[in-house]
Design a protein around this ligand. Sequence first.
Ligand SMILES: NC(=O)c1ccc[n+]([C@@H]2O[C@H](COP(=O)([O-])OP(=O)(O)OC[C@H]3O[C@@H](n4cnc5c(N)ncnc54)[C@H](O)[C@@H]3O)[C@@H](O)[C@H]2O)c1
Length: 252
Amino acid sequence: MSTERRVAIVTGAARGIGAAVAGRLSADGFAVAVLDLDAAACVNTVTAIEAAGGTALAVGADVSDEASVAAAVERIATELGAPTVLVNNAGVLRDNLLFKMSVDDWDTVMNVHLRGAFLMTRAVQKYMVEAEFGRIVNLSSTSALGNRGQANYSAAKAGMQGFTKTLAFELGKFGVTANAIAPGFIETEMTAATAARVGVDFEAFKQAAAAQIPVNRVGKPEDIANTASFFVSEGAGFVSGQVIYVAGGPKD
Ligand SMILES: NC(=O)c1ccc[n+]([C@@H]2O[C@H](COP(=O)([O-])OP(=O)(O)OC[C@H]3O[C@@H](n4cnc5c(N)ncnc54)[C@H](O)[C@@H]3O)[C@@H](O)[C@H]2O)c1
């Protein structure tokens, strides 16, 4: 593996899945830009990477804002080097049944997931094309298959899959692959917030979810980090445009 000098960007990496992916890519030899809304919130992720001997840069940016994305990517290229790996992981939930869903709930979810992935990928692709190497990983979800109370989120996560496949078509000839990871239930602050919203204790919520999952447990951020690690590896260069469900069992 000759990943030592490669630079990876992980969005939404202050916590949860993004933090685990950032840590794993650092262990794999990447210098990692830990990007989240507030740079100060990235400190834990950056400190953990540095304590393990890696290189990380905390970057505050809103992925849904064009100017913020442009400034962040430019800064990363200057301070860490040309980014050739991008993990579009930043995400939010604004769950509600359709009849109660506000336009703001709809727009916020579309903007962070879809507009965010579009803006980040558009800003980073030029470095990948120049390097004739790139790896893009987009976070979808099992909710892409449809989920009650998530009209906005399921539409965005299904959109991530179409976006991924189109990137694979457009960028393949430049040595760039694009793949999507569609997690099932992963234990993070996002799922903890869902439990709180529906008024269920998080432990009971996880147990109920695990009972429906073939491997009989809920997922951990590391489960997603392991999959991302494969997709961004040099050896995965012939794997592109794929959606892998990391959900403890089959999904279709
Ligand atoms: N946890 C799950 O069960 C699960 C399942 C399927 C998919 N996912 C997806 O995985 C990704 C990570 O989820 P998580 O559970 O770690 O969530 P999380 O809420 O713990 O972390 C998401 C991070 O994204 C950041 N973020 C939000 N909006 C942003 C913006 N505009 N710009 C930059 N950063 C922003 C947040 O500040 C936060 O640090 C999301 O895309 C989520 O939709 C999660």
